[in-house]
Design a protein around this ligand. Sequence first.
Ligand code: MAN
Length: 348
Amino acid sequence: MTDIARRFPENPILRPADICPSMPGMRIECLLNPGVFRREGKIELLLRVAERPEQKAGKTSFPVLNDKGAPEILEFDNSDPLLDLSDPRVISYAGQYYLTTMSHLRRVTSDDGVRFEEVPLPPIFGHGELETYGIEDCRVVEIDGSYYLTFTQVSRHGVGVGLRSTRDWQSFASHGMIFPPHNKDCAIFPERIGDLYYALHRPSSPELGGNYIWIAESPNLLHWGNHRCIAHSRKGMWDSARVGAGASPIHTDKGWLEIYHGASVNPSRYCLGALLLDLKEPRKVLARSGDPIMEPIADYEKVGFFGNVVFTNGHLVNDDEVTVYYGASDSVICGATFSIKEILGMLV
Ligand code: MAN
């Protein structure tokens, strides 16, 4: 075992019961995968809050947004032979896919990075026809005084990457879908390289190709091109089924350090590893973790809504220390610190 994470003794730091549902009749099933940023001397998390109605015996119900953008509850009978409930995250009914919960985003704030309280502002919900099943796993990056939010947009049209931006967290500009389906796990670099912005993203190509990490360039953060594939999943390893970027890459002397997730199917696990990218030409991969830097080993990482998961899309850097905030077993929010030198020392 090569796990070098120093988990917070207070873990889990946030659980579903710590947050109020967005409306009466809804129940929060999971808090997960927060974006992280600093603002006015505070540490803030942008939580993914996954809700559904209280489940009735023998039935499965979940919310979707209707044409008017209001939540509507769909309900199926569990004995219906057309219903497939084999994955706790996804429902398939007669070949049509839905999510078992609908996610929105909620801000929490802290002085010490461990004890958080909710910011009393309206939650950030999905809107429009590309977000009718919700918005998930939001990365936050601050560039020139604006915060850019890249998140998963889910609807019957598929899963893509949306972009919104804000300066004050009161009003948001919506920039639509920047990477169309199937795509997720988009992390924008925190600074321009030369004249261009860069982003990591994760298209999926099921028949030929796979779930690999790509890099793209943009002159303006809205229009992305010159896509290149930089990291494949690896047969027989901990990241054999899928890989996807975590938060923005970290600028180090040695290169851009990217903490990413890697999943395997047998056993079903999500672990964390790292990639080192060239500072000037970030599509060049200089080194990569052989073994994971973090594995689901604590009880709260092994058992939950979807067990055996450590998944991150937010961190804070302080000299050699990176504090990674992560979703554990798709149920609760946790934190862990790593030494950047130690991560770099594990790359091959
Ligand atoms: C996918 C995403 C994440 C989730 C993991 C593990 O990658 O939906 O939000 O945490 O799966 O279930």
